[in-house]
Design a protein around this ligand. Structure first.
Ligand code: UD2
Ligand code: MN
Length: 570
């Protein structure tokens, strides 16, 4: 009798457990698919116009009985797989900072702090609150995430990977492709490949980030590429806004707002949402305020921000568009300049660049490069930016050389294939880019003043390279005015591409015209009272003898033959 009772209790208990599981399973089924689709998951905000399974999201949010299973089920599974396949502790502990070591030496950020905060941490959702109620297509295509690294710290690299896995809808991450750019320790690559969805390719020699990214992209199996630096942390729902915009128009190349991870204490800090990418003529990247008219016109803080250039490290691009546009200039080495080349190319060849404020990714910005440049940092940057300027900037490249005189004469290899690419793609001119994409960039020549250089009633005039002299001043209507029209852009005195230059550094040497070269000391002048002094020799432009070409003589600015009065041409 007792036995029968015990059996009955056991059967009832099993039935009850099975029943409970069945109930939970039924209940979770639609919710799982809802959260693995690409609906915004931020809690607490009612979504507008969400249909179908999204309705259940709200119901389950109210249901506090099984909150953990409901909210985190896909990532919970991932978490289990991660723990089962990858020994995180062993991976991290073997490379941690030893007592007494300088925490900044190897990576140019505080390694001790990075190691301390662990591979997963909560960070503030830095988006505008309205971002949480933006809707995305339920059928967004997945992406291949490409991360290249050279001697990255283990803790930052792992945090980058894990943040991608944990803060993206799993269905949108096809794979994470790591490209180990010949780091000293090949084990990093092998070990990280054990993480679900992660593959790692290792370069047989140092290639630099540009060729490494091209290698990563070439093996990507998704139709959308996502590039990340190796010391990032992606934030809540970072991926959907980026993929949505590219899905709508494959010629868009989109970036998140790049938040700041402190290199000292690894605090995650919100970046301003009013910035876009810009540059100066030396091709130095800078963040700049959105032009005021655009700012005034922005009444929706979730809307995209058009940007003339991207910072370069974090962006999403359609793979076939990336290939169609010529990937990257693979003759660029190590680091730098590729973001200008890509940005000019995208805009000039039919695409666009935007920053999406509802996507936030943190990045550790450093003050120095923690790795070596085999050809030297400066030379590499010059080579890369010179290639970008030579291929894409047309006649405006002169301002690049003016702003970066040391670039002249430096080797930059053949650009024939990139020039051909530009031709084949039938791209717009750099002038078009300046007028339509970046009208705010001040063009030096437009600020230059044209003037006559008057001596009494006569004017300094040219007739080709060698013949220079004084002649009767032409009126502003005269067609012969060109030969008397000077552009005074210190330290040069120019007429189109020709510059006033001395023939030798000694008194009495003739002055003539020659092709402008910003580095040429014979072409450098400055005003000295009413006179024009040649900077290096210290001698002044002198119209003696009046019949022949001007010469340089000892400066006596009070002499009539050394007095050159600029008269503006209007
Ligand atoms: C910024 C970009 C960076 C790149 C660079 C210009 C962001 C957040 N970062 O510099 O992606 O566009 O401007 O070129 O916009 N790396 C290699 N091989 C190398 C050198 C670097 O794989 O030889 C990796 C490195 O580990 C890192 C990435 O390339 O993951 C970018 O390098 P960085 O972090 O030193 O560049 P950053 O952020 O100063
Ligand atoms: Mn970086």
């Amino acid at each position: 009798m007792r036995r029968i009772r015990a059996n009955a209790i056991a059967i009832l208990t099993v039935a009850w457990i099975l029943g409970t599981f069945y109930y939970l399973w039924q209940d979770n089924k639609p919710r799982l698919s809802a959260s693995s689709a690409s609906q915004p998951r931020a809690a607490g905000v009612k979504s507008h116009g969400q249909k179908g399974s999204a309705g259940r999201v709200e119901i389950h949010r109210e249901d506090r009985t099984i909150p953990l299973i409901v909210t985190h089920a896909p990532h919970g599974e991932l978490q289990n797989q991660l723990v089962a396949s990858f020994d995180e502790k062993a991976y991290l502990s073997s490379k941690q900072l030893k007592p007494g070591e300088d925490a900044y030496r190897e990576h140019a950020f505080n390694l001790q702090e990075s190691d301390r905060i662990g591979s997963e941490r909560a960070i503030r959702d830095t988006r505008h609150y309205r971002c949480a109620s933006v809707n995305f297509d339920p059928d967004l295509p997945p992406t291949s995430v490409i991360i290249t690294f050279h001697n990255e710290a283990r803790s930052t690299l792992l945090r980058t990977i894990k943040s991608v896995l944990m803060r993206s809808p799993p269905s949108l991450i096809q794979e994470i492709i790591l490209v180990d750019d010949f780091s000293s320790d090949p084990e990093d690559c092998q070990l990280l490949s054990q993480i679900p969805k992660v593959r790692c390719l290792r370069n047989g020699r140092r290639e630099g980030l540009i060729r490494s990214r091209v290698r990563g992209a070439s093996v990507a199996s998704a139709t959308i590429l996502t590039f990340l630096d190796s010391h990032c942390e992606v934030n809540t729902d970072w991926l959907q806004p980026l993929i949505q915009r590219v899905k709508e128009d494959h010629t868009r190349v989109v970036s998140p707002i790049i938040d700041v991870i402190s290199l000292d204490n690894f605090a995650y800090l919100a970046a301003s949402a009013d910035l876009r990418g810009g540059f100066d003529w030396s091709l130095h990247f800078k963040w700049e305020q959105i032009p005021i008219e655009q700012k005034m016109a922005r009444n929706d803080p979730t809307q995209q921000i058009k940007t003339p250039v991207i910072a370069g490290g974090i962006f999403v691009m359609d793979k076939s568009w990336f290939n169609h546009l010529g990937q990257y200039d693979t003759h660029m080495d190590i680091w730098g300049g590729e973001n200008f080349e890509l940005s000019f190319r995208v805009w000039m060849c039919g695409g666009s660049l935007e920053i999406l404020p509802c996507s936030r990714v943190g990045h550790v910005f450093r003050k120095r490069h923690p790795y070596d440049f085999p050809e030297g940092n400066a030379l590499t940057y010059i080579k890369n930016t010179r290639r970008a300027a030579e291929v894409w900037m047309d006649e405006y490249k002169q301002y690049y050389y003016a702003a970066r005189p040391s670039a002249q004469g430096k080797a930059f290899g053949s650009i024939a294939d990139r020039v051909e690419l530009r031709h084949k793609l039938n791209c717009n001119s750099f002038r078009w880019y300046l007028e339509n994409v970046y009208p705010e960039l001040r063009i030096p020549e437009q600020e230059a003043v044209y003037s006559l250089l008057k001596q009494g009633d006569l004017c300094l005039e040219t007739h080709g390279m060698d013949s220079l002299g004084l002649a009767e001043c032409k009126g502003s209507g005269s067609s012969r005015l060109q030969s008397q029209k000077w552009m005074l852009v210190e330290p040069q005195i120019r007429q189109q591409d020709l510059c006033l230059a001395i023939s030798a550094f000694t008194p009495g040497s003739k002055v003539r015209m020659e092709a402008c070269n910003f580095k040429e000391p014979r072409q450098k002048w400055k005003p000295k009272g009413p006179a024009l002094q040649h900077i290096v020799s210290g001698l002044c432009l002198d119209s003696q003898p009046p019949a022949g070409p001007p010469v340089i003589t000892q400066c006596h600015p009070q002499l009539a033959s050394q007095s050159w009065e600029p008269q503006l041409i209007t």
